[in-house]
Ligand binder design. Sequence first.
Ligand code: 13P
Length: 253
Amino acid sequence: MRQPLIAGNWKMNGTRASAESLIQGVLKGSSGIAKTDIAVCVPFVFLELGQRMLSGSPVRLGAQNVCTEASGAYTGETSAGMLNEFGCRYVICGHSERREYYGETDAIVAKKLTMVASAGMTPILCVGETLEQREQGFMETVIASQIDAIIGANGIESFGQIEIAYEPVWAIGTGKTATPEQAQDVHAFIRARIAEHDAAIAEKVRVLYGGSMKPSNAAELLAMADIDGGLIGGASLVAEDFLAICQAGDAAA
Ligand SMILES: O=C(CO)COP(=O)(O)O
């Protein structure tokens, strides 16, 4: 049994004041969560606030992106070393929004994973298919190629220190959730793909589900054998909703 991880992906939302009260709310409720790892992946500018407020608490801090390079003339970028210094435990890599709007390829994502892991943090590797790809029957091909690209570039051992998030693009921010069975099928597929290379790593790696996960559907998703947590967008912006999902994690653990 893998311990669940519920991670909030705030995306580009919030103000200094709302970030502070959201962290406060999560902190307050987190004492009631015993068996689930909790993380909030905040915009870069709120990292210092997060580091300060979360220090000494069980709630972990994360970022949503990182540079492929360690330092130097890369205007506008943020290095893994900087994120580590600001208390990040997790860094989301290859989110579909970054792949779609900022041209992140599998090769770029593989480099980001390497930077994050070598700075001592844990990458959350996002994979997922678009509606068009699913409808044309390419779901497995797309997921396999996203996973295989990382295995090819970074080696299967790299999966020993990452979290994976399956996020069907058609379910992100749409209110349309994959059914527990649809999600379970893909999660099992991802695990099997990794097991072809290393069964022990496949057994251990956590595969989170992301895409309109909310209090009303979290329990049934988290009850599935290969769904080990959630990467939560919209519902992570409301402390009570996020905590309710964490409680569903506890119930499934
Ligand atoms: O993209 C997501 C998390 O990374 C999911 O977002 P929503 O929960 O808003 O659908």
